[in-house]
Design a protein around this ligand. Sequence first.
Ligand SMILES: *[C@@H]1O[C@H](CO)[C@@H](O)[C@H](O)[C@H]1NC(C)=O
Ligand SMILES: *[C@@H]1O[C@H](CO)[C@@H](O)[C@H](O)[C@H]1NC(C)=O
Ligand SMILES: *[C@@H]1O[C@H](CO)[C@@H](O)[C@H](O)[C@H]1NC(C)=O
Length: 310
Amino acid sequence: MLLFSFQVLLNNGASYGVLALNMDYYAMRCPFAEMIVRMTVNQALQRDPTLAAGLLRTHFHDCFVQGCDGSVLIDSTKDNTAEKDSPANLSLRGYEVIDQAKQMIEYRCPGVVSCADIIAMAARDAVVWAGGPYYDVLKGRKDGSRSRIEDTINLPPPTLNSTALISMFGQHGFTVQELVVLAGGHTLGVARCASFKDRLKNTDPTMNMYFANMVSRQCNAGDDNTTVGLDMTMNSFDNSYFRALQMGYGLLTADQTLYQDAETKGFVDRYAMNQALFFFDFQRAMLKMGNIDVKEADQGDVRLNCRKLN
Ligand SMILES: *[C@@H]1O[C@H](CO)[C@@H](O)[C@H](O)[C@H]1NC(C)=O
Ligand SMILES: *[C@@H]1O[C@H](CO)[C@@H](O)[C@H](O)[C@H]1NC(C)=O
Ligand SMILES: *[C@@H]1O[C@H](CO)[C@@H](O)[C@H](O)[C@H]1NC(C)=O
């Protein structure tokens, strides 16, 4: 059994103890949890492969806002507008997949498996389903109770340049290399025209002209909601995202900027050339991301319904 201990840091930098997540956390407590999540995700992706991107992104948003604590799943109430209802939520999908897995797990082992862990497992299963690397997910997270729209300011907007991205990821403890490898998650999914239309309007010189023309034909003026693939193979987890950046085919400013900055460009080139290296580094970065501000038992609980506080 691999134990993975680390210091948990509060926002102000104070450490409140050592928390051990571990791979076998549910081995005795709820042995079928991992299998139920995998089956549910696989069935859902068979019906709709585009959900893979949504599930991966949901884990990322969860971890970047208040730590990996399932708070991204909480619905707004009349007194509280939740993270979910931020404009940044538009790329998040697959809530019903999480709900379905949660229901089946609750039926077998009530009150044991946290929503935060289910998201982390579902994101991994989505990556694997799409052809990406398998990695063991550490488990034992508790669910948090705070979900506020204003906290989503911690998410990187699609217009950030590499300097700002390096700084934002740095605040979460990520190196420049880990920023680039996590950006590789954009090998899955799409972006709405609203997220990159300024690049078209201002003819961003870092955008390949042929690509700009092609994309302009898909996004009519005033149409924010049409979506365009973030790379050419939007439902397969591969390194074509990095090869796209080399050609000026990055869709968002926050993608293409990684090829324009000398600090990040070398990593893009390496992953473009070597998919196995991308996969290897991606697994490690995902483990690290899954550890962001994880909550201990006295700081969270296991929600019975991922959308509502107990
Ligand atoms: C995202 O937020 C908008 C409001 O900004 C809301 O109308 C919409 O239902 C949310 N989408 C999801 C998938 O939660
Ligand atoms: C990156 O964006 C920030 C503002 O978000 C700006 O101050 C900075 O000059 C930009 N850096 C580069 C290299 O364009
Ligand atoms: C785009 O989608 C959002 C959220 O679903 C909706 O509120 C908005 O009216 C749509 N805009 C257009 C131009 O269709």
